[in-house]
Design a protein around this ligand. Structure first.
Ligand code: XIL
Length: 383
């Protein structure tokens, strides 16, 4: 999409009402020059963000905030649902599908010329199945019932959005930090084949969509066995002929999930490269699917914190973009107050976190600059 049509669509979409609802002069708060998506497009890449609807009936939801919408329209070429396609939102019970919140994001993207990624068909992690799932009666042939449920779910979602979602996180986070397949009621009855089934059904339902395995293994200390486990899983999937196109590297990087310090030193970067070499050696693409920089353990001072976040981001993105297989970068939230990190792994000083490209007033931060610089420095992707 060109700059002109993006601006036009912005005016058409936001309309007089939304623009008038915003405080005067707010547009100057945003970046100057080309948007992140425009920069990405020049390199044959995409930039985008996760978007959450929250309570679809609440006008207080950030999703209805005119400034937030304008920011998304200006900066993003692609969106992904933060929660709306997960089983715990889209499946109120075993028989029902609820696509209302998901469709709100789909409609917003379509109205503004943005593409959509799909997250996720199977978050294969017991903590994230809906409550009803644990008590589901799998009957006398539990394997058959498990396969029926999974097939119905994957087929329904992928067929519904066929041609509108160009890339799916088919399976999310099924390898734990010890490198083992997570156990869920589905794998209990189907074993590892649960993963293959999800990929095959997705492929059948939309042969043109890109199908990713997505996980949070990272270069940081403590993830070595998870990296190994993900690699082995990808190898086995390929050997068995599962239609997996690439690895979604979530990229929740930073100093915070655990209590150890996590410098991106040369040794760690080398280890990470070996992992990415092995993944791309399987003829798989790489996508940055959930980028943010956790500042849990960084100093309170905002200038220092923002600088360190941006520096780490730049080094990480330079490495990721050195792989021509990396075409998409999606952040997990565009503005700090909307980040999932605000509610988890709190800072000891209790201060709000600053993990995203824009602050709570939608002012661009050094992280936005770091992303722009890394994209500018990237080689154009092969067509
Ligand atoms: C998170 C959302 O951001 C939260 O709102 C929700 O409560 C839990 O899930 N890895 C993933 C994402 O694959 O789906 C997670 O999203 C963040 C970690």
């Amino acid at each position: 999409m060109t700059m002109l049509t993006r601006r036009q669509s912005l005016m058409l979409a936001a309309g007089g009402l939304a623009a008038m609802a915003a405080p005067r002069g707010f547009a100057e708060d945003f970046f100057e020059g080309p948007s992140l998506h425009e920069l990405a497009q020049e390199k044959g890449m995409r930039f985008g963000s996760a978007v959450g609807v929250g309570d679809p009936d609440s006008l207080a939801s950030s999703f209805h905030d005119a400034r937030y919408r304008e920011l998304l329209i200006r900066e993003c070429g692609v969106l992904v649902h933060e929660n709306e396609l997960k089983w715990y939102v889209a499946r109120p019970d075993a028989e029902t599908f609820d696509f209302r919140p998901a469709d709100m994001v789909m409609d917003f993207a379509a109205e503004n010329g943005m593409e959509m990624r799909g997250h996720t068909l199977l978050w294969h992690h017991t903590d994230w199945f809906p409550d009803w799932f644990a008590n589901h009666d799998f009957g006398s042939r539990p394997g058959t019932e498990a396969e029926r449920m999974l097939t119905e779910h994957v087929r329904t979602l992928v067929e519904r959005y066929r041609g509108r979602i160009y890339s799916w996180d088919v399976v999310n986070e099924t390898i734990d930090e010890a490198g083992r397949l997570r156990q869920t009621p589905l794998s209990q009855h189907l074993g590892e084949e649960v993963i293959d089934i999800a990929f095959h059904v997705a492929k059948e339902a939309d042969p043109d969509a890109e199908l990713l395995y997505n996980d949070y293994m990272s270069w940081e200390a403590g993830y070595e066995r998870q990296q190994e486990g993900v690699l082995r899983l990808l190898e086995r999937l390929k050997e068995r002929g599962a239609p997996v196109d690439g690895l979604g590297v979530q990229s929740h990087i930073g100093s915070g999930n655990y209590d150890y310090s996590t410098g991106f030193d040369t040794a760690r970067a080398d280890g990470w490269r070996q992992f990415l070499d092995a993944v791309t050696g399987l003829d798989l693409s790489l996508s940055i699917t959930e980028f943010d920089v956790h500042d849990k353990n960084l100093p309170a001072d905002i200038e220092t914190r923002d600088r360190e976040v941006a520096e780490l981001a730049r080094r990480y993105l330079d490495l990721m973009f050195s792989y021509p297989q990396t075409k998409d970068i999606l952040v997990w939230g565009m503005a700090d107050h909307l980040s999932w990190y605000q509610g988890m792994w709190l800072r000891e000083d209790g201060l709000p976190k600053r993990p995203t490209p824009y602050d709570e007033d939608y002012r661009p931060k050094p992280l936005r600059q770091a992303i722009a610089d890394a994209i500018r420095a990237a080689e154009p992707r092969p067509a």
